[in-house]
Structures are given as structure tokens and as C-alpha cells.
Design a protein around this ligand. Structure first.
Ligand code: SAM
Ligand code: SF4
Ligand code: SF4
Length: 379
């Protein structure tokens, strides 16, 4: 199968590296003179700009998805961050403002399960007020397991969330209960998606992590269920993130295989990305019955235009999902450093960034013992 860029959609295909560097007006209030390329746009050491900020607001979750927080590791004795160590909403909003001044246009709230963080709507309202240096709004998104969506969807919309992504790994109830490992039913997640629609989120993205021999028989049922709806089902390759999910390459189902299986049932074709650096590759049903996506970090790495920065719940700045170390920003936030000093510190970290873990997977697998967990930093 051919991707939009003409490359074969096959495991190991080489993604194109596209770099579009735009000139942006400087914000007046924050001095960004350090940490910038000569043309005035912040770039890392590989020429990648900063576009997305993912903020993990908690490392706790009410699910124990076997590929993310397996019970043998995330048990009663697991040391979660004490509440006092978390950034306050005011600190998160101040950090986000500095990132936006550097060019961030999209913020995703994640976790752990972000809807477990008390009064999250208050943080959302603060972030919704942010404007890009050009005066435009920020795309403010949230990824959730959906368990609390029925309760929270209206408040999330009112506070300013622009789009919601929900995770759902199977339509078969027994399978889903086993995968979330807390016996949570499919029907409640589907009801959460309905609640999001009723609250005014026209379309929801649905993330399905595919594990061979665990839920790969759910590919077709999930495609059939979300086809001809406004929702966009995205198939995610099982990733070797963290150090506790017992990952093996044998359990990865390549996106190319998933695409072929769906194409046999409902023919599909590739479509353009919304923006450079978008994580999911977009495809649509040829008969006009909607869109699906593929996130192929293992077989078709997309480090070449990765524009994502990540903040952990206690204020560490990570420049890659597979990092083992981050830069503490909480001490700086709690010192008498002003916003310009904060923005300069972010700029310097981004400028030094050289991460491309997925492209080098197999050549070097990093420090597996110390890789950060997905439930701590968020997807
Ligand atoms: N708890 C929320 C949820 O599940 O949507 C937000 C955080 S969760 C870490 C974010 C996304 O990461 C989810 O869509 C989840 O399926 C995905 N994820 C977690 N572990 C993964 C893994 N090992 N490989 C691929 N995706 C993973
Ligand atoms: Fe929780 Fe999301 Fe991880 Fe599942 S994927 S355990 S819902 S953080
Ligand atoms: Fe970005 Fe790191 Fe993922 Fe590569 S491996 S796409 S640098 S987060």
C-alpha cells in the first residue's frame, strides 16, 4: 500500500523528514533572546521546532492496562508522587505560558488518568486563556480512559477543552475488562464518548493499542463500529515505553498489517496531515464513511519532525517519550526567577535536544532500567 507521500506503507519504511520553519512575531512580555536560532525561531539541534506541549497532571490511574501499568509493578506498594510534589495549577499555567511564547500551539493534558486530578477544569480554564504570539487560540486537548467522561464532559467543554481523545482497546467486553485489568466495562466508555458528543465535542479520537494475540482480533470490529461516525479510530503500535510493560517485538502488530486488513474489508486511502509533525498518519474510507489513523512508532518512526515537549506532574521537562532523564523546572518556578529567565531555560533545553529514540531502536535501546513510564509522562 502507498502512503500519501508515495512511500510504501511497510514495516521499516523510511518516513520523510519535512521541516517547515515559520517566522513568528516576538511576544512583548517575555524575553526569549537566548535559546533561539539566528532566524528567531526556536529549533533543537536537529532543526526541529517546538509545536506541542504535553502536560501530565498525575501519575495515578484507576485502570491497570496491562501494556501500561501492569499490576505486578503498579501495586499497592508502588511509590506514586506525593500530592505535595505536584506542580500547582498556577505553576503549570505559568510554565505553559512560557512554552507558548516559544511557539507551542497545541497543549495536551494527560497522565495517568488526567480526570482524576481534582478540579482539573480550573487548570483548563487558565490554559484556555493563553494566546499564541500572533494572538491565535491554543488547541487545548485531553487524553482520557473515558471512565469519568459521562460525569465531566460538560464541564470540560465549558472550561475550554477543544478536543478529546479516549482510549478503547476492544469492543468485546470480556477482552476490554481483561486489558484494563480493573473489570471496567466497554459500555461505560462508549457512554462517555456519547456524553462528549452531547457536550458539544463533535468528533472524538479513539486510541486502540494493538497487541498480537491479545486484542488483534478486535481490529475489524472496532473499525466497523466507528466507521460512518464522526469519530476517528487510531491504531497504535504497542510501544517499548517505560521499563515495566514486558514489551516484546513479537507482540507488535505493524500498522501496515492493520491497514491491509481494514483495506480488504473497507478500502482506504491516505490523506494529508493537519500539520508537520502530526503523530498519526491519516487515512480515509474511499466510500466517504470517515477517517482512521495509524500511530506507528515502532515500524515507521517519526522522530524526524517530532515537535513535542513533555512536562511531568512534578515539573520535569522531558524532550522524548523514551527519555531516562529530564530537567527540573519546579525549583526554578519556586525561585525568584522571572518569566523571561524561565523561558530562556526552556529554550536552552530545547536547543540542546538531540532525541530520536524510535529511529535508533535496535541500535541502542537506551537505559531500559531508567526509561520513564507512560503513566508518569503521558502519551
Ligand atoms: N489514561 C489516559 C488514557 O489511557 O487515555 C491518558 C494517558 S495514557 C498513558 C495515553 C495513551 O497512551 C493511551 O491512549 C494509551 O493507550 C497509550 N499507551 C499506554 N501505554 C502504551 C504502550 N505501551 N504502547 C502504546 N501506547 C500506549
Ligand atoms: Fe491508565 Fe491510560 Fe495507562 Fe491505561 S493507558 S493504565 S488508562 S494511564
Ligand atoms: Fe519524538 Fe522521542 Fe518519539 Fe522520536 S522517540 S518521535 S524524538 S518522542
Amino acid at each position: 500500500m502507498k502512503r500519501r507521500d508515495g512511500a510504501d506503507f511497510i514495516p521499516g519504511g523510511i518516513p520523510g523528514v519535512i521541516r517547515i520553519i515559520e517566522r513568528r512575531p516576538e511576544p512583548r512580555s517575555i524575553d526569549l533572546t537566548a535559546g533561539k536560532a539566528p532566524d528567531g525561531v526556536l529549533q533543537d539541534s536537529l532543526g526541529r521546532r517546538l509545536h506541542d506541549l504535553r502536560i501530565s497532571v498525575t501519575d495515578r490511574c484507576n485502570f491497570r492496562c496491562t501494556y501500561c501499568m501492569p499490576k505486578d509493578v503498579f501495586d499497592r506498594d508502588h511509590a506514586y508522587l506525593p500530592h505535595a510534589d505536584l506542580l500547582t495549577f498556577e505553576e503549570i499555567a505559568r510554565l505553559a505560558r512560557a512554552f507558548v511564547a516559544h511557539g507551542v500551539e497545541k497543549i495536551r493534558l494527560t497522565g495517568g488518568e488526567p480526570l482524576l486530578r481534582k478540579d482539573l477544569e480550573r487548570l483548563i480554564a487558565m490554559l484556555a486563556e493563553l494566546r499564541t504570539p500572533g494572538g491565535g487560540p491554543i488547541d487545548l486537548t485531553l487524553t482520557t480512559n473515558g471512565s469519568l467522561l459521562r460525569k465531566k464532559a460538560v464541564a470540560l467543554k465549558a472550561a475550554g477543552v477543544t478536543r478529546i481523545t479516549t482510549s478503547l482497546d476492544a469492543l468485546d467486553d470480556t477482552r476490554f475488562r481483561a486489558m484494563n485489568d480493573v473489570d471496567f466495562p466497554v459500555a461505560a466508555v462508549l457512554d462517555g464518548i456519547d456524553a462528549a458528543v452531547e457536550a458539544g465535542f463533535g468528533s472524538v479520537k479513539v486510541n486502540m493499542v494493538v497487541k498480537r494475540g491479545v486484542n488483534d482480533d478486535q481490529i475489524e470490529p472496532m473499525a466497523r463500529h466507528f466507521r460512518a461516525t464522526p469519530h476517528v479510530l487510531r491504531f497504535i503500535e504497542f510501544m517499548d515505553v517505560g521499563a515495566s510493560n514486558h514489551w516484546t517485538s513479537q507482540e507488535v502488530v505493524a500498522s501496515a498489517d492493520v491497514a491491509r486488513r481494514i483495506d480488504r474489508l473497507f478500502p482506504i486511502e491516505p490523506i494529508d496531515a493537519h500539520y508537520v509533525g502530526e503523530v498519526a498518519e491519516r487515512w480515509r474510507y474511499r466510500d466517504g464513511q470517515g477517517e482512521i489513523g495509524f500511530i506507528s512508532s515502532v515500524t515507521q518512526p517519526f522522530c524526524g519532525d517530532c515537535s513535542r515537549a513533555r512536562i511531568s506532574p512534578e515539573g520535569r521537562f522531558y524532550t522524548c517519550l523514551f527519555a531516562s532523564g529530564g530537567t527540573d523546572l519546579r525549583d526554578l518556578l519556586r525561585s525568584d526567577a522571572d518569566d523571561s529567565a524561565l523561558a530562556r531555560a526552556l529554550g536552552s533545553v530545547w536547543q540542546a535536544r538531540a532525541d530520536r529514540y524510535s529511529e535508533r531502536r535496535g541500535i541502542t535501546n537506551g537505559d531500559a532500567q531508567r526509561k520513564i513510564e507512560m503513566s508518569y509522562i503521558g502519551g
